[in-house]
Design a protein around this ligand. Structure first.
Ligand code: ASP
Length: 340
């Protein structure tokens, strides 16, 4: 009787062990579908806007200029991260280089509203504590991303807008510029000609730092020809910008109204958190399935807590680049290049 009992319980333990082994294997296999690589010490991914750019309609000169500008931004962030700087410093300084570059639709190069003004939006988020700051509809702050960071660290609020945001930025000692800073006729006309009426270039940056912290930031002039103080997704936490150390950091670019209604950035994080999807699975599902079905064009850049990077977009191109601590890096524009 005793021997039978021993044989029976051993058999039971064996079956249970077999079963749990199978389940383990399955969840590991499912999770690794998203090309998860070895853990990176740090990682950075940037975008300079998604849109209709193709090899045919982007001149070789512009192609070169954009790649060089993306490289400057990427190198700025890389240096900060590799020297042990914080995720927030990397995001802010990387984005500032693109805000100061008239080629991008952010800061200096912001597009014009229907009334001929420049109204800028930006947001930053700290994945370590879900701290966030944003400014919307600002017209005289030189670097909106820095104002967004000040809102996060030096105010009890998450988003400030218009004149109030400018007053706050002034009190915080940030650079305030006259409206003419965003407009030089010669530059404007040149640029319009150059860009053949389409202006690309919302900018964004997501990073993982050496301390395991994720951060995301986005800065934009919004949609060209916008009216009535329209605000897009970029400064809205969970729509165009989101970071959470438990999941990922995301920055979006595209038709903001869709990104707001589909809460794109947070949806990617939620799919990872609640459904166990990998970064790649979650971001591709949202951008190439949900957004496509909805009719929302654009893309996202994102990085997870292991330093995996994903940059899906459903438009014909997206200015983008990435670098990781293991020495991998790249700058891409079109569909047929980039991380597979
Ligand atoms: N998402 C931005 C907005 O809707 C525009 C863009 O990314 O091009 O304001």
């Amino acid at each position: 009787m005793k021997t039978k009992l021993i044989i029976f319980s051993s058999l039971l333990i064996f079956i249970l062990a077999l079963f749990s082994c199978k389940t383990d294997k399955k969840s590991v296999a499912d999770h690794s579908k998203g090309a998860s690589g070895p853990k990176q010490e740090w990682a950075i991914v940037i975008h300079g806007g998604a849109g209709g750019m193709t090899k045919e309609n982007l001149t070789p000169e512009l192609d070169k200029e954009y790649r060089a500008s993306l490289q400057i931004a990427l190198s700025t962030g890389k240096k900060i991260l590799s020297e042990g700087g914080s995720a927030l410093d990397a995001v802010e300084q990387t984005i500032r280089t693109m805000e100061d570059n008239p080629l991008f639709n952010a800061g200096k190069g912001a597009v014009f509203t229907h009334e001929g003004r420049n109204e800028l939006d930006a947001a930053i988020m700290d994945g370590s504590n879900l701290g966030a700051g944003a400014v919307a509809g600002v017209m005289d702050i030189k670097n909106p991303i820095s104002a967004a960071r000040k809102v996060m660290t030096n105010s009890p609020h998450v988003m400030l807008s218009g004149a109030g945001a400018s007053q706050f930025a002034k009190e915080q000692g940030l650079d305030i510029v006259p409206a003419s800073y965003f407009y030089t006729e010669k530059r404007f006309n040149e640029l319009q000609e150059l860009l053949k009426k389409e202006k690309y270039g919302t900018v964004g940056c997501c990073v993982l730092d050496k301390y395991g912290n994720l951060a995301a930031g986005t800065s934009t002039g919004g949609m060209a020809n916008k009216r009535y103080n329209r605000i897009g997704d970029s400064p809205i936490i969970g729509a165009g910008t989101y970071a959470n150390n438990n999941t990922c950091a995301v920055s979006g670019t595209g038709h903001g109204e869709y990104f707001i209604r589909w809460t794109v950035a947070h949806d990617i994080s939620a799919l990872m958190e609640y459904k166990g999807l990998s970064l790649k699975e979650a971001s591709e599902l949202v951008v190439n399935d949900k957004l496509v079905k909805a009719g929302g064009s654009g893309g996202v850049i994102c990085v997870d807590k292991s330093g995996n990077i994903s940059m899906p977009f459903n438009s014909s191109g997206m200015f983008r680049g990435f670098a990781t601590a293991d020495g991998k890096e790249g700058i891409f524009i079109y569909k047929d290049e980039g991380l597979k």
